[in-house]
Design a protein around this ligand. Structure first.
Ligand code: PLP
Length: 437
């Protein structure tokens, strides 16, 4: 074990590409987190991926724990997914008319997920959530929604809202360009706080259309909630005629085929999906009971549409990936492997008295540089991110790629072999020794 920092890998070609990209795109990127603002150096431009590995433009090879932020549960360039995409493309790429592929993907999902009866495919997680919110508002004929500080639901106006001060607040916009009047329709409370929720329902009686939560909050660290708290949410929503929306864009098909709903055995009113459902292609979806879903256009009065919705190539990728997930023992094997990995890192840190907690569920994990239990966004000390920043650099220099922010979780895919995970563990141990030296 070495406690000396490794020399930096060559990033010359990536840096060159980044300079060029900055002349084309705001900040040089097409999605902000990619800009490496919270870690050292400039973004790595990825050239290819295969299995659990990615290679950058300079030819550096990494074991990847970002996995495209979650979709790649089978790893990069999975042969079955690729072959299905190639086969589908032979017949054209988009028709704007129904295809049998949509039925096939829907059938695979609905037959194996008892928490939804009908589904609508869209093209991103943001779109799925935005549509689910509209459905809840149309269904309940109410305007307000309630979200939780620390949960991310994409970049639509009503959801780019953070908590103001006080126990129960109207939200404040967290982006320029979101009208205050939109934020006024969004109530924000802390996670894991029953009292705040009760107060909100009292203050805004008969006005809340939906409570939306990531049942496994994974966008601001991994803020695991107690099952009993999620059950409380279910009960308070039912008692108030409010819809409960589980945003399962990350947890869906990740912690198990039935996502967090299945994991906790809680029936939400609407569920949103994204990421894994499209096998790496741009797909999102939302689902609910047939009775609720029939409020959507063209049968119902809630309008929602999309030129590329249910795109055949994306459906093909989804079909191939979802079929693999349905194989016996898929989640058992993946989750066991991931738990062993997380536990080994925790044991290492504990043995050395390093202030590190490894939170994990299924094949999602998060390193928190703390010795405290963390359940809410407010529990995270922003100072601790300095340690992540150091670790990120050490890991890149040892051939391990994490998403470039300490608030982001890591993902393990079925393509991560035990040997890969052993290698990654060694790199993580060495990096931690440098960080805590
Ligand atoms: N909801 C959750 C829980 C997410 O994690 C994300 C993205 O990370 C979204 C919604 C938005 O999805 P997309 O980035 O596909 O628009």
């Amino acid at each position: 074990v070495s406690t000396t920092a490794k020399p930096d890998i060559s990033r010359e070609k990536s840096a060159e590409l980044y300079e060029k990209a900055k002349t084309y795109f705001p900040g040089g990127v097409n999605s902000p987190v990619r800009a490496f603002k919270s870690v050292y150096g400039t973004p790595l431009f990825i050239q290819k991926g295969d299995g659990c590995h990615v290679w950058d433009a300079d030819g550096n090879q990494f074991i990847d724990f970002c996995c495209s932020w979650g979709p790649l549960i089978l790893g990069h360039n999975n042969a079955k997914v690729r072959e299905k995409v190639v086969e589908t493309i032979q017949n054209g790429m988009s028709f704007g008319a129904p295809t049998a592929l949509e039925n096939e993907l829907a059938e695979l999902i609905l037959k194996n997920n008892k928490y939804i009866e009908k589904i609508r495919f869209v093209s991103s997680g943001t779109e799925a959530v935005m549509s689910a919110i509209r459905l809840a508002r149309g269904y309940t004929k109410r305007d307000k929604i309630l979200k939780f500080e620390g949960c991310y639901h994409g970049h639509s106006d009503s959801l780019l809202v953070k908590a103001g001060s006080g126990l129960v607040t109207f939200g404040e916009t967290s982006s320029a360009g979101v009208p205050k009047s939109f934020a006024d329709e969004t109530i924000v409370v802390s996670l894991n706080d029953k009292e705040a929720l009760q107060k909100a329902f009292k203050e805004f009686k008969d006005q809340i259309a939906a409570v939306i939560i990531e049942p496994i909050p994974a966008n601001n660290g991994l803020l695991l909630q107690h099952k009993e708290y999620l059950q409380f949410l279910r009960e308070i929503c039912t008692a108030n005629g409010t819809m409960l929306i589980f945003d399962e864009v990350i947890s869906g098909f990740r912690v198990g085929f039935e996502g967090a709903a299945g994991y906790y055995q809680i029936q939400p009113d609407i569920i949103t999906y994204g990421k894994i459902i499209g096998g790496g292609m741009p797909v999102g979806a939302y689902g609910a009971s047939a009775q609720i879903m029939d409020h959507i256009s063209p049968v119902g009065s809630v309008y929602q549409a999309g030129t590329l919705s249910g795109n055949p190539v994306a459906m093909g990728a989804g079909i191939a990936q979802i079929t693999e997930l349905l194989r016996m023992g898929f989640y058992r094997d993946l989750n066991n492997k991931a738990q062993e990995f997380a536990e080994a890192i925790q044991r290492f840190a504990t043995a050395r008295n390093y202030k590190l907690k490894v939170f994990s569920i299924g094949s999602i994990f998060w390193f928190a540089f703390t010795d405290k239990d963390i359940r809410t966004a407010e529990d995270i000390d922003p100072q601790s991110m300095e340690k992540f920043k150091k670790m990120h650099r050490e890991l890149l220099n040892r051939g391990v790629y994490f998403g470039p922010s300490g608030y982001e979780v890591g993902f393990i895919s079925s393509a991560h072999t035990k040997t890969d995970l052993e290698k990654a563990k060694r790199a993580i141990f060495d990096s931690l020794d440098v960080v805590f030296r």
